[in-house]
Design a protein around this ligand. Structure first.
Ligand SMILES: Nc1ncnc2c1ncn2[C@@H]1O[C@H](COP(=O)(O)OP(=O)(O)O)[C@@H](O)[C@H]1O
Ligand SMILES: [Mg+2]
Length: 293
């Protein structure tokens, strides 16, 4: 269904990148301070699809992405990529976090080509051409020679996105990458991101606590339970691609939103009943506005 072409010059389409998360659990702390963060969590990142995980702040999303990236190990359960268990971090799985990590002393272009360059993977010209293609895609071509501090926050995030993508990871993982940006910048970021995905069709995992963003981006939306987090519901988002913001007023979109909101609301109420006050405050802040619409 997803018709796509790949003008990025990568030649062959990226294969594989299927990730299976099976019954993972994770605890932090010891003795009486020990608490469970992830509980028997199972889901699949389907090859070439954009999977969005949504859950309230504090529910364990970053912990989950750290487990998938291999920075942390689960206490039980397994994580495989194309059938092979992961053994720590690997360059097949790259994560973009919300904190910027660009080198301040390098220009946009230098930042982007730095990784593959030090690994000596391709010649400079080839890398720069690819970098420029991607920078163009995210509206940064004319900022190639600027330093990070000369860029706006949104531009820095786009630069980071490109810096990750140039490595052509099998799996791209994004941990609330647009959090903290103002609403307009955020919308712009979502559009750039969705364009890149529609071009490269890498397996993508995108984590957010914003429902509108989640549905706008997702092929598959996975709703997490409150802490300890597990995958509660998977909703296949069958909205056409390429996507633009016009879909936000279609009845199909509103149907998905209503459906997801009901589930999120139930989760919020559950948290309320077990006295997780902070989580509920976040929940209401994050969703009540949308709910009221
Ligand atoms: N290394 C750690 N040690 C102890 N507790 C942790 C650690 N990392 C995260 N936590 C706890 O795990 C819970 C979930 O955190 P996190 O995964 O960052 O949630 P989210 O990303 O959904 O906001 C929080 O209560 C947090 O305090
Ligand atoms: Mg987090």
């Amino acid at each position: 269904m997803n018709e796509h072409h790949n003008p990025a010059g990568s030649g062959s389409k990226m294969q594989g990148g299927q990730m299976q998360i099976s019954a993972i659990s994770k605890y932090f702390g010891i003795g009486p301070l020990r608490k469970q963060i992830i509980n028997d969590c199972t889901f699949t990142l389907e090859s070439g699809k954009l999977t969005v995980l949504i859950g309230p702040s504090g529910c364990g999303k970053t912990t989950l992405i750290n487990l998938l990236a291999g920075y942390e190990t689960p206490d039980s359960g397994t994580i495989t990529v194309d059938g092979s268990p992961i053994k720590g971090p690997g360059k097949d799985r790259l994560v973009v976090f919300q904190e910027t990590a660009l080198f301040p002393w390098m220009t946009t272009l230098q930042n982007v080509v730095y990784g593959p360059m030090v690994r000596g993977e391709k010649d400079k010209k080839e890398l720069e051409d690819e970098a420029m293609h991607l920078l163009h895609k995210v509206g940064l071509a004319e900022f190639r020679d600027k330093y990070p501090l000369q860029l706006s926050g949104g531009m820095q995030r786009r630069c980071e996105l490109v810096r990750a993508l140039i490595n052509r990871p099998k799996i791209m993982m994004m941990d609330e990458p647009f959090r903290g940006l103002d609403a307009m910048t955020r919308e712009l970021m979502q559009e750039y991101y969705v364009r890149l995905f529609e071009e490269n069709h890498l397996t993508n995992l995108f984590i957010t606590s914003e429902l509108e963003e989640a549905i706008f981006l997702a092929d598959r939306l996975i709703i997490l339970t409150n802490r300890p987090a597990s995958a509660r519901t998977v909703i296949e988002i069958d909205l056409p691609r390429p996507r633009d913001f016009k879909i936000l007023v279609t009845k199909e979109y509103l149907h998905y939103k209503q459906n997801a909101l009901e589930i999120l609301h139930e989760e919020a109420m559950k948290a309320f009943s077990v006295g997780s006050g902070a989580a509920v405050a976040d929940f209401l802040e994050a969703y009540s506005e949308v709910k009221a619409k």
